[in-house]
Design a binder for this molecule. Structure first.
Ligand code: UDP
Length: 239
């Protein structure tokens, strides 16, 4: 395996579901420890790493609003869920001796630093992992959009979207046996074929700012490491 990193600064997007293991809700110690271990492998390559973690394992705004809640209140709950996940991941990374800071888009100074772009970059330069919590800080957005936004802000060269599936398929692989996975695909094709990679806000922001995205399976050990060292893992999306 090639051990030379292809990138210097990357952002890893983890869905909240990645932390829940097979219990269907919340955070399992085994899973968060596994995720921290996968991040540790990339960290030891010398890469500057920022992370955005979702909140879907705890609460999604859409679920709240379809149950009758005000959408903004529900999204605020979703953003707070991402803070819980971020604090858990910070703890797990520190157990792997990785210096980590959490920066929140919603101020809560007792539990996390506020998001300050230059400070985040400074942390990265000093070899600290930075976890961006509370999404964009605004309702009606997703943590995928937060990932693209923050990646642009800190000038990450690529986003690794670590998911439950191997990559991007032409149709749902869990429904269709003949689904074919793309190794590479352009953002324009993703839009034309209406592939469910990220929401449109996130896709258009990444496309407009020429930010590549690599979708890979988190549950296969070493996948993020392989992607970081230039391995052909999952699906690369580019302009
Ligand atoms: N959210 C939000 N604004 C943001 C990011 C997230 O309101 O900028 C809320 C939204 O309700 C979302 C929830 O936080 O459903 C959790 O984020 P997401 O669904 O993106 O998490 P994931 O699917 O990655 O676990």
């Amino acid at each position: 395996m090639d051990t030379k990193p292809e990138f210097q600064r990357v952002l890893i997007k983890l869905s909240g579901e990645a932390l829940m293991g097979n219990q269907g809700f919340g955070i399992t110690p085994e899973m968060i420890n596994y995720v921290a271990g996968e991040v540790a492998k990339v960290f030891h390559l010398g890469l500057e790493i920022s992370i955005v973690v979702g909140g879907g394992n705890i609460f999604r705004g859409v679920a709240g609003s379809s149950a009758g809640m005000d959408r903004t209140s529900a999204d605020n709950m979703g953003m707070l869920a991402t803070v819980i996940n971020s604090l858990a991941l910070c703890d797990a990374l520190e157990k792997h001796d990785i210096p980590t800071r959490v920066q929140s888009a919603i101020r809560m100074d007792r539990v996390a630093e506020p998001f300050i772009r230059r400070r985040a970059i400074r942390h990265l330069e000093k070899g600290r992992v930075v976890i961006f919590a509370a999404g964009t800080g605004n309702p009606y957005f997703t943590t995928d959009t937060a990932a693209v936004l923050r990646a642009n802000e800190v000038r990450a060269q690529i986003i690794f979207k670590a998911t439950q599936v191997d990559g991007v398929y032409d149709k749902d692989p869990q429904v269709h046996d003949d689904a074919v996975m793309f190794n590479k695909i352009s953002y324009m094709q993703v839009i034309e074929k209406q592939l469910h990679v990220m929401d449109m806000t996130a896709i258009s922001l990444a496309m407009e700012h020429d930010l590549p995205l690599q979708v890979l399976n988190l549950h296969k050990a070493d996948n993020i490491y392989k992607a970081a060292t230039g391995g052909e893992i999952g699906t690369r999306i580019y302009n």
